[in-house]
Design a protein around this ligand. Structure first.
Ligand code: ATP
Length: 228
């Protein structure tokens, strides 16, 4: 089953054509990387998929259907570090996030354990390192155990330990059966974490498919699609 299908997506910001007809399908159970340099349209694409941006034209289907509110509940999103309350601890912040999303509190301990924050769950958010803040954001998207998770540059700004931990977490979620869609500008990240990749450049999709087949094509890597 296709978790997500986008067909001929266009997005214009005034005269800027951010997306120029993007089409691809994300298979269930994949870690699907959207790889491209800054400005190639990754964030715009993810914004349309999660319904915070409106496409100029084209369609998005979730679970082979036109998205409904119920479908969207099955998606956890991490598009930017959310505005947690600095003077509250991790548990209190997740209680608020769970209430906003319509989930109960019973999931909070599980997600904190998954992101290795259980030992620091009673510390104020203001005392957290950037890596811990990022992990709390990932924990927030895991509330309610959504089938699909969408991450925009999930390792951005992290130190090497934080990067390794986040990549391991993504692989762990995938082993648990979750489908992950993630934008990245790092070729090595996509190689290490993803099963599938779509390569974007200047609002177009150059190619997409299984990582093993796509990233061996030297000409693809040499296009400068990734700035590493
Ligand atoms: P980055 O990693 O830097 O966020 P990206 O690959 O995610 O890059 P987008 O942020 O989607 O790319 O940007 C695609 C293009 O659309 C760029 O030319 C960008 O300048 C432009 N753009 C994005 N958002 C807006 C906006 N709100 N108004 C005008 N232009 C925008």
């Amino acid at each position: 089953m296709a978790i997500l299908t986008v067909e001929n997506l266009h997005k214009n910001y005034g005269t800027i054509q951010a997306l120029k007809g993007i089409s691809f399908t994300v298979p269930k159970g994949s870690v699907f990387g959207i790889l491209g340099p800054n400005g190639s349209g990754k964030t715009t694409l993810l914004g349309i998929i999660v319904d915070i941006l409106r496409a100029t034209s084209g369609t998005v289907k979730l679970f082979d259907e036109t998205p409904t509110r119920e479908h969207r509940k099955q998606i956890g999103t991490f598009l930017e570090t959310p505005n947690f309350y600095h003077y509250l601890n991790a548990v209190q912040n997740l209680e608020i996030a769970a209430a906003i999303k319509g989930h109960g509190k019973e999931d909070i301990d599980r997600v904190l354990q998954m992101v290795s924050l259980d030992q620091r769950k009673l510390s104020k958010f203001s005392t957290y390192s950037l890596g811990m803040k990022q992990r709390l954001a990932l924990a927030s998207c895991m509330l309610g155990s959504p089938e699909v998770m969408i991450f925009d540059e999930p390792t951005n700004g992290l130190d090497p330990v934080g990067i390794a931990e986040t990549r391991e977490l993504i692989k762990k979620l995938n082993k648990q059966g979750k489908t992950i869609i993630m934008a990245s500008h790092l070729l090595d990240e996509v190689e290490k974490v993803c099963t599938h990749v779509a390569i974007m450049q200047k609002g177009t999709l150059i190619t997409h498919g299984h990582v093993d087949e796509i990233l061996v094509q030297e000409d693809i890597v040499e296009t400068g699609a990734a700035d590493v």
